[in-house]
Design a protein around this ligand. Sequence first.
Ligand SMILES: NC(=O)c1ccc[n+]([C@@H]2O[C@H](COP(=O)([O-])OP(=O)(O)OC[C@H]3O[C@@H](n4cnc5c(N)ncnc54)[C@H](OP(=O)(O)O)[C@@H]3O)[C@@H](O)[C@H]2O)c1
Length: 214
Amino acid sequence: MLVCLPVGVGAVRVHAEGIRTGEARREDDVARVIVGMTSSLDGFVADQSGSASRLYPDLSALQGTTYMDAMIERTGAVLMGRRAFEMGDPDRYVGNYEFQTPIFVLTHRPPAVMPKQDERLTFTFVTDGVDSAVSRAAAAAGDKAVQVIGGASTVQQVLGAGLVDELHVDVMPVLLGAGLRLFPADSRLDGLRLEKIDLQEVGPRTSLRFRVTR
Ligand SMILES: NC(=O)c1ccc[n+]([C@@H]2O[C@H](COP(=O)([O-])OP(=O)(O)OC[C@H]3O[C@@H](n4cnc5c(N)ncnc54)[C@H](OP(=O)(O)O)[C@@H]3O)[C@@H](O)[C@H]2O)c1
């Protein structure tokens, strides 16, 4: 199962001011809606077959790390598009997915049979748009953050609607050459302003964080 923002042991954090520190910035505590994806160096989040596996060769090494645990602790709900949801076996989210939280799935066609759920991980299939999806996820998240884990269409919509507080992009040193672009030409994104708030070296990854404003 894909994670929203792979991070790992031994990460070096370099803040925007250039000061290396292990302390989390205050912004980390107040962001309510976070978008996190892993991109190839040439800007793709999946290859031409729709697979993101070449962007996650380190996935197993990242499990159970301090940083990953902090990300999980920070997350109160997850939002994803139907295609991202269908990348995994819907019945295997419970007990296996990184985020054992309420999950909201954007779709025009909810499944006839609900996937397996438990008292922590529930599914809500949202058919009335991104504003509604983010609003419902935020309510479920309580005082924690909503993690928008993809895919590209979902990320572009929440960014375009001005619903995102932080954008996290992990850049992997991989050239896919073609595939699904994280940021294709999209006039909805024209007014976005990004302020770099954090940078981490995480094994082969370069993990970039931006505060998002308009
Ligand atoms: N690199 C990474 O970090 C990462 C992470 C996650 C996923 N991925 C990749 O991303 C790809 C999937 O991304 P994607 O952009 O194709 O799709 P997506 O955003 O995951 O899902 C798109 C689908 O969500 C539903 N949807 C989207 N907006 C909606 C709206 N406003 N109202 C109702 N339903 C809406 C539609 O489903 P219906 O057909 O049901 O209408 C649409 O076809 C996969 O190839 C995966 O490998 C990469």
